[in-house]
Ligand binder design. Structure first.
Ligand SMILES: Cc1ncc(COP(=O)(O)O)c(C=O)c1O
Length: 445
């Protein structure tokens, strides 16, 4: 066991080193007991940063919103995946959060990668990971990106229509191909099958014969049940359909060896979703069949790996008092839907704001609270707005906070690791990249 890192990129690192560092546990349960301590570490990082900012004299940019990333939480996600689905090799969906420390950590643990563009491929390769660890999981690709994939030796991709097969034949004929089939993702937080994935008929009647005709290496099937999936029966149906495609491929003399079960997993529902994966694989891809045919399982989890590991801190830049029953004021913060809270628009998230620091007092959750401090805390309603001039830039029409917050106070949003920093804009000239302070309470193997 060698230590990976305690705190990265933080000049106040020593403040955190006094924490007792437990060894990484063999089981997830043991790790769970240490979560309070990990929360302390996040708290220390938030408070240290916020205390260093004097809004009266700081330079523009010094008081920007920032993240605290708990890499230990990423590690715990990885551990949980390996515990529940050890036979399914995860390829982290880089699009979800392209933070290089996250990508480095997951890669160093043996997690592979799902890339959807040239830049994502280059990010992974730039960190020194082998191109053969990448699945280029975007069924509709720019010609030049396909040529780039061939040049850098990325040799596994997904396809869901005939035109793409012709493009691959022209630009990357040696590439291994996974046929992406559509799923029923109607109840997912973000539906993907409205855009990608072919019907079962198309897969077996059009694409398989075309692969054969073009002499392309079709090696398996991919699907995605939607990001933030809620209906795990769709996993069962998709695995069943995938097996049907495997069987038809065999009848056509093509041997399939890879099943890619995509993403859509969340930590909160992983007991159920992983159980459904195991049940479906056991039924439709039993070990006798997979061993005989050398079949391997892969997945493309994004949200699962990072959602819970990032906390966003923002401060209140302006406040408009209201004479409205049940609503204290409109508050304006220095991040919004054009920045790291773009997940409200693009990912259908509803992030919860909490008070981080008000009137010099730290409110961040947990064990520092006493009955006296709690007694002072009442409920106040606010609408929360981002910093741009667009009326669409609304973070919440009603959020209840436990302080009557004022300009200069800080708020925080937990669980903002997925589909946040990856999709920011610089609209209105606001900074698009937030600083990240890293903490980690774990010793890696
Ligand atoms: C092809 C593909 N794979 C994986 C993912 C990651 O999904 P999730 O973050 O829900 O695990 C996505 C998300 O859009 C995707 O489009």
């Amino acid at each position: 066991m060698a230590p990976y890192l305690e705190v990265l990129q933080d000049e106040n690192a020593n403040d955190f080193l006094s924490y007792e560092k437990p060894k990484v546990a063999d089981s997830f349960d043991f790790e769970r007991k240490n979560l309070a301590v990990a929360t302390d570490l996040v708290r220390a990082a938030l408070v240290t940063e916020v205390n260093n900012i004097d809004h009266d004299v700081c330079d523009a940019g010094d008081e920007d919103s920032f993240f605290v990333a708990d890499l230990g939480e990423v590690y715990r996600s990885y551990q949980l995946w390996m515990e529940k689905l050890p036979q399914v090799h995860p390829h982290y969906a880089v699009k979800c959060n392209t933070d290089v420390e996250v990508v480095k950590l997951l890669g160093s643990l043996g997690v592979n990668f799902d890339c959807a563009s040239k830049t994502e491929i280059d990010t992974v390769l730039g960190l020194g990971f082998d191109s053969l660890r990448i699945v280029y999981a975007n069924p509709c690709k720019t010609n030049s990106f396909i040529r780039h994939a061939r040049n850098v030796n990325v040799n596994l991709t997904t396809v869901d229509n005939g035109q793409e097969l012709h493009k691959l034949k022209k630009f990357h004929p040696e590439c291994d191909i996974l046929i992406r089939i559509a799923t029923d993702d109607s109840t997912a937080q973000c539906q993907l099958s409205t855009k990608f994935g072919c019907s079962l008929n198309c897969a077996v009647d059009e694409l398989l014969p075309l692969c054969k005709l073009l002499q392309l290496n079709v090696v398996g099937v991919a699907f995605h049940v939607g990001s933030g999936a809620k209906d795990f029966d769709s996993i069962y149906r998709a695995v069943k359909e995938a097996r049907y495609v495997f069987d038809r491929a065999e009848q056509l003399g093509m041997r399939m060896t890879v099943l890619d079960i995509g993403g859509g997993f969340e930590r909160e529902s992983f007991d159920k979703s992983s159980e459904m994966v195991n049940l479906s694989l056991n039924k439709f891809f039993p070990s006798t069949y997979t061993e005989q045919n050398g079949i391997r399982f892969i997945a493309e989890p994004g949200r699962f790996m990072v959602a819970n590991s990032f906390t966003l801190a923002t401060h209140i830049i302006a406040r408009r008092d209201l004479n409205v029953e049940g609503m204290e004021a409109m508050i304006y913060i220095n991040d919004g839907v054009y920045g790291n809270l773009n997940c409200i628009l693009f990912d259908h998230q509803h992030p919860t704001a909490k008070v981080l620091k008000h009137d010099g007092e730290v409110y961040f959750e947990d064990n520092t609270r006493t009955e006296t401090t709690d007694a002072k805390r009442k409920e106040f309603s606010f609408s929360i707005w981002g910093p741009t001039c667009d009326g669409l830039d609304c973070v919440s029409t009603k959020m209840i906070l436990d302080a009557n917050v004022q300009v200069g106070d800080w708020l925080y949003f937990s669980n903002l690791g997925a589909y946040t920093s990856a999709a920011t804009t610089s609209f209105n000239g606001f900074s698009s990249r937030a600083n990240v302070k890293y903490v980690m309470l774990a010793t890696l193997p």
